[in-house]
Write a protein that binds this ligand. Structure first.
Ligand code: FAD
Length: 443
């Protein structure tokens, strides 16, 4: 009997699941899908929870949706809490499995996790198979090795567009899955997570940007899953919104000014290749526009920050980033005021309050508050990135690290950082003060 453990890491979906396809190609007689939730009380080096209540609730709704899909296929999801390599090895021993398959990652923590799991599996004569699926493009499709990217995003984009590279079509979801190994029914309770975990009894739809809740169906517990993701994308496209995207994308509030797909990219419920395939289908039907092109442009940023990790890895996490300038300073008291929306700057405070209350922030507000922490309060960009990790429902290690480094001028930005003047930004994007009034920072 050949048992394969499939480890659902970040991509909580069945469509376009290349790693799962690879697991099934290994021809297992028995399959055991496992998700390992990080402990809720994990604390960042900046001494606050790594995952706040909005993010935990959103993530769990994605897990719940996946669990229901897998149960319908007769191959239920095993849920555990704790250190993933440790839990997976406990399960492998308990069910006599020697093969684990999962998606590959290039961020340092994830790489270290894979290395530990691989080493532990070796000890029992087992093997870890990893499959890259987090980007639009396979590394082999790039016009350069993923470890020798062009030095700027613009050159990266021109290279991709010049070579005419397009993402592969998304793969369909499997119609059937092999059953569990018998021993899985007797896993000791200390390995399994308590079911029906909801950190705050919060309806995860309440964390969605205003208006998206309508897409997530009647069952709020599954708002983070792939059915809700597909419904949201279909609605966005059916309303022709890509055409207005370029003109509206810098708005501060509302649902239609940008795609709002990032919460589902973060749970992996939406594959970037499915997003692009649907966008191309939309363009074939209703024409291309500057707006629809710009969505592709932003998806290239998403890929760029991922591939940068293949090239630089841990260097992106140093205080000085890729720059040779001196490391940032940090003022803990100013940082605390920033986190709680009490800096005294009405626009920045409104953004920080929105983030705390909802778990979401527009791209423009992310830029403004990040710039304020780095360039006005003289704060450490790593603390800001950690706060975003804790609060954002769409937290994504690659996009978060990449954007923070970029604004700090410690990444590959040729302009050496981005400073946003909040007064000027308020004039342009909140001229009537409605955003600041909404968050109680302007009377
Ligand atoms: P849209 O504007 O509709 O764009 C479509 C998709 O393109 C997004 O869903 C996203 O996947 C991608 N995209 C858009 N802008 C960017 C960008 N600047 N960098 C990388 N990908 C992009 N995005 C996250 O998904 N997770 C994060 O943790 C995150 N942290 C950020 C931190 C800072 C300081 C900044 C300035 C930006 C951050 N972003 C992050 C990028 C961006 O703000 C969000 O992806 C975007 O606001 C999500 O809303 P949307 O889905 O409506 O995006």
């Amino acid at each position: 009997m050949h048992t394969v453990i499939f480890w659902f890491r970040k991509d909580l979906r069945l469509h376009d699941q290349r790693a799962l396809d690879a697991a099934l190609k290994l021809a297992p007689d028995r399959l055991l899908p496992v998700y390992v939730r990080p402990p809720a009380d994990a604390v960042s080096p900046w001494v606050f929870p790594r995952s706040g209540p909005h993010r935990q609730a959103w993530q769990q709704s994605g897990v719940d949706a996946l669990a229901r899909q897998l149960a319908a296929l007769g191959c239920p999801l095993i849920e555990c809490v704790g250190d993933a390599p440790l839990r997976l090895m406990q399960i492998a021993r308990a069910v006599g499995a020697r093969t684990i398959v999962c998606e590959a990652h290039a961020a340092p923590e994830e790489v270290a996790e894979e290395a530990r799991l691989r080493a532990s599996l070796l000890e029992i004569g087992g093997e870890l198979h990893t499959v890259w699926q987090t980007t639009l493009f396979d590394p082999a499709q790039l016009p350069w090795p993923a470890t020798r990217l062009p030095s700027t995003f613009t050159a990266f984009r021109h290279g991709i567009e010049g070579a005419g590279v397009q993402p592969d079509a998304p793969r369909p979801e499997p119609k059937t899955l092999p059953p569990w190994p018998g021993q899985a029914h007797e896993l000791p309770p200390e390995i399994l997570a308590p079911r029906a975990f909801h950190p705050s009894d919060r309806d995860p739809r309440s964390s969605l940007p205003l208006g998206c809740a309508a897409d997530s169906g009647a069952d709020g517990a599954e708002a983070g899953g792939e059915a809700a993701a597909k419904a949201h994308l279909a609605r966005y496209l059916a309303r022709g919104l890509p055409h207005s995207y370029k003109a509206t994308r810098d708005a501060l509030t509302g649902v239609d000014f940008s795609s709002k797909c990032s919460p589902w990219f973060a749970t992996g419920a939406l594959s970037p290749r499915l997003f692009m395939a649907e966008l191309r289908r939309f363009e074939a039907k209703s024409g291309t526009s500057e707006g629809s092109y710009w969505l592709w442009f932003e998806m290239l940023w998403r890929d760029y920050f991922r591939f940068l990790h293949c090239q630089y890895g841990q260097r992106l996490y140093r205080a000085s980033g890729l720059a040779s300038s001196s490391p940032p300073t940090h003022d803990a008291e100013a940082f605390a005021r920033w986190c709680t929306g009490q800096t005294g700057n009405a626009l920045v405070d409104a953004g920080m309050r929105e983030l705390a209350a909802t778990g979401f922030l527009s791209n423009r507000m992310r830029q403004i508050v990040a710039s304020y922490l780095i360039h006005d309060l003289g704060g450490d960009w790593r603390a800001g990135a950690a706060w975003f990790e804790s609060r954002l429902i769409d937290f994504d290690v690659y996009s978060n690290q990449g954007n923070w480094l970029y604004i700090a001028g410690r990444g590959t930005d040729p302009r050496g950082g981005r400073r946003f003047n909040p007064a000027r930004q308020a004039e342009i994007h909140d001229a009537d003060g409605s955003y600041r009034r909404q968050w109680g920072t302007l009377t």
